[in-house]
Design a protein. Sequence first.
Length: 300
Amino acid sequence: MFVLDKENIKLGIAPIGWTNDDLPELGREITFEQCISEMALAGFTGCEIGNKFPKDPAILHSYLDIRGLQVASAWFSSYLTTAPYKETEQAFLVHRDFLYAMGAKVIVVSEQGKSIQGQPDVSIMQNKPTFNQQEWELLTTGLEKLGALAQQKDMRIVYHHHMGTGIQTVSEIDRLMAETDKGLVSLLFDCGHLYFAGEDYLAVLKKHANRIHHVHLKDVRDEVLTLVKHEQLSFLDAVKAGIYTVPGDGQIDFEPIFKELATMNYKGWCIVEAEQDPAKANPFKYAKIARSYIANLTGI
């Protein structure tokens, strides 16, 4: 075991293991109160936000504060490549102000223009979207505008590369970072999506260390990845089949990841985010597995 700096790194968990916003049938019966209570009982001090969470900051604070939970961030879907910028901006401002009221410092942004991640009948391995030059320009200039809006509240956007989107591969991440202002656009690091895509996640972590300001921790089951490739499953069907799990329960070795985070003096949230079917993978049990694994590996 090596020890990470508890002052720099905060550990949270996403509600997607309890209730899946993209697949509402997964965890439909699990209440918001059960979710956040089990997050706290499992030993986490922060969370991201799901659709069952109250939308009023005062009400949400009343539930989270007594459980010792802070809001780390929440997902925002941008459509910079396929819709007028003003539409994304209007939705972003509402999202930004809500997160600001909750005390969050980063805003997770993922471009959903042309995305196939939510299409149930489209193979995730064969139909990956790409952006043409005009779409790249719309994306990079739009993200910089959103980054400037975040700065107004002393916040920053962290871009979430994701399976089934136009920013999935190492080369696409590299281009996005090269063509955006580092003062306006930061990066979310997600080893699970990079592993799923067949990419070198440690290379991304090392190359873009100075741009990474939010981390998602998820593991991958190789046997399910093989099934996804063989059966040409969609992203949603891959999730239902169990492609993702918590750190320590899949194929990814997290020790080099945490060591690199320590080397780069990472400061911010690390969020366990492993979307699974709660009927197959009890979310409280898996939250405890993740928390124990991380504690044993890092001391936090």
